[in-house]
Design a protein around this ligand. Structure first.
Ligand code: ATP
Ligand code: MG
Length: 549
């Protein structure tokens, strides 16, 4: 038996040992059941990793099921985006199903419940139903329609289907127990009238099953063994079990298991809210690089494997908690550190002239990836005219400053040690150019100069570099000022920053969408913006966000 890596797999192991699934050749089957009412987010990735992780571990199956029983909010665009995100993460579903394909079967189940005396048509309004449901300490009140005859219920339910009633006029309720300590068991509504077109079934139906009814039936139809969902559904489990039993499905029945959803600090994690950001124009779309959607993370340049690593590292627990956004960033950084090539770009260019340099060859060399001995090196042309980052020079250096100062030395990454001989200021006293000399014997990898430079900085060759639009991002949400503060009040309107820098020409030659570590800056993705090179931040090199707090 495979070793369990979380409590869900432990349950599966125990069940397999007990012979529960022997009749089906011990085949384990899970499903990922999104409602196509928005794009998937990083929280869904956790659920995907759990469900597809079980499929892989037990050589079972995992279905992708569109849980589309809420006709007013669902669209084919969302269906497509969900499939794209799964493919991007590298998950292959065994079957693509739609709950809406089961409407006939679900309807039959409802008639069976009526025939068995387990469901009744109720004329109470939604308000009345909610007012008679009781509380945690008081039982509910039975509906005056609870004891209708089977014949009357069947006729009324068929009339509901035939469109004889307006929205809300009648509902079908499961007949369970109005005194149950679990409010979900107090005759829950299982079908409602809704004269709404569905994006797949059109106007075929004017009654739609409720989630708590459609979901267990869909699981049972597909032969799902483990129906894994988030903790909010724990109190719905008795109803889930009731539905699959009373509808007469055969053993082994699907089993619902709940786990703690993923919450991340400074991150909105709900399709409904994310849709609001898109609809209100607070972001450029569902795939805005600041969005926690999988489409957004893809556009941001986050590698799919980094997301899967993150999900593995956070694990699967039974208690809700909040994960620090910086932890996610650290996972992305770790992955890119091992996989991304190195290059140089300067965000705030400061001109440097090397007065004694007359060479012209590719005499600077950098490791493509120092963490990977097989990655090799890349040559870069040093030059008489360079740019360094203006932060890497200080006219009045703070204590322990290791970068360039007037009269001081610094190493240019992969190239030579330079000394700053003179500083050119503009009328306002701002540094506009450094006049430097280089030490020819100090070439990187073959330094015979004996000169000690405390710092190493990045640079680009001013004669060959290209202009780059640099985009940096901050979280969309600021910290909450008080618990439960609405995200609308927490928007960080300063979450996108644009800089105009200079980049090595190499960055303009590589394929669009390549990820790089811009040395000493961060991980960036290359793209084109109206023909111009754009470097879009994936994750900073340092944990800027936490440091700023
Ligand atoms: P949302 O509120 O974002 O729409 P949802 O739970 O309604 O989330 P569904 O489309 O119904 O979204 O979810 C599909 C699956 O993903 C469900 O099994 C659900 O439990 C799981 N899921 C959704 N959000 C998270 C999360 N934050 N962490 C882990 N799993 C999640
Ligand atoms: Mg939902």
């Amino acid at each position: 038996m495979e070793e369990a890596s979380n409590f869900i797999e432990q349950i599966i192991n125990e069940e397999l040992e007990s012979g529960k699934f022997a009749s089906r050749g011990n085949e384990i089957c899970t499903r990922f059941p999104p409602e196509p009412n928005g794009y998937l987010h990083i929280g869904h990735a956790k659920s995907l990793c759990i469900n597809f992780g079980i499929k892989e571990k037990y050589h079972g199956k995992c279905n992708l099921r569109m849980d589309d029983t809420n006709p007013s909010k669902e669209t084919m665009e969302y269906v497509q985006s969900i499939m794209d995100s799964l493919q991007w993460l590298g998950f292959t579903w065994d079957n693509l199903f739609f709950a809406s394909d089961y409407y006939d079967k679900i309807y039959e189940c409802a008639e069976k419940l009526i025939l068995d005396g387990n469901a009744y048509v109720c004329d109470l309004s939604a308000e009345e139903i909610s007012a008679t449901r009781g509380t945690l300490t008081e039982p509910g009140k039975e509906s005056p329609y609870r004891n209708r005859s089977v014949e009357e219920n069947l006729a009324l339910f068929r009339d509901m289907r035939a469109g004889k009633f307006a929205d809300g006029e009648k509902v079908l309720r499961a007949k369970i127990d109005m005194a149950s300590p679990n409010i979900n068991m107090r005759d829950p509504v299982i079908y409602r009238v809704a004269h709404v077109s569905h994006y797949r079934t059109g106007d075929k139906w004017c009654i739609y099953p409720m989630y708590d009814f459609a979901h267990p039936i869909s699981d049972a139809i597909e032969g799902i063994t483990h129906s894994i969902c988030t903790l909010e559904f724990e109190d719905h489990r008795p109803l889930y079990d009731w539905v699959v039993r009373k509808c007469g499905f055969a053993e082994p029945l699907p089993r619902q298991i709940e786990f703690a959803r993923l919450n991340v600090t400074n991150t909105v994690m709900s399709k409904r809210y994310l849709k609001r950001l898109v609809d209100e124009g607070k972001v450029h779309g569902w795939d805005d690089p600041r969005m926690p959607t999988l489409a957004g993370l893809k556009n941001r340049g986050v590698p799919p494997m980094a997301i899967r690593d993150f999900c593995t590292r956070i694990g699967v627990a039974k208690a809700n908690s909040e994960c620090e956004l910086s932890y996610f960033d650290a996972c992305v950084r770790d992955y890119l550190n091992a996989h991304a090539e190195r290059a140089m770009a300067v965000l705030n260019p400061l001109k440097v002239t090397i007065s004694n340099y007359e060479g012209a060859g590719e005499d600077a060399v950098i490791n493509r990836n120092p963490t990977d001995p097989d990655a090799g090196t890349r040559n870069i042309a040093f030059g008489k005219h360079l740019y360094i980052d203006s932060d890497d020079f200080a006219l009045v250096p703070p204590p322990k400053y290791k970068r360039l100062v007037k009269g001081g030395v610094v190493r240019l990454n992969g190239a030579y040690i330079i000394r700053c001989d003179d500083v050119v200021l503009d009328e306002a006293g701002k540094v506009v150019e450094l006049i430097c000399s280089y030490i020819p014997e100090s070439r990187s990898g073959n330094d015979k100069s004996g000169v000690k430079a405390k710092g190493t900085i990045h640079w680009v060759n001013a004669d060959t570099c290209v202009d780059a639009v640099i985009k940096q991002y901050q979280p969309l949400l600021r910290d909450a000022d008080y618990p439960g503060q609405d995200f609308g009040e927490r928007m960080n309107y300063d979450s996108e920053k644009i800089l105009y820098g200079k980049a090595e020409p190499y960055l303009a030659e590589v394929a669009e969408g390549s990820s790089f570590q811009l040395m000493r800056v961060g991980y960036y993705k290359t793209c084109r913006d109206e023909g111009k090179l754009c470097l879009s931040e994936i994750v900073s090199l340092k944990d800027n966000f936490n440091n700023k707090k």
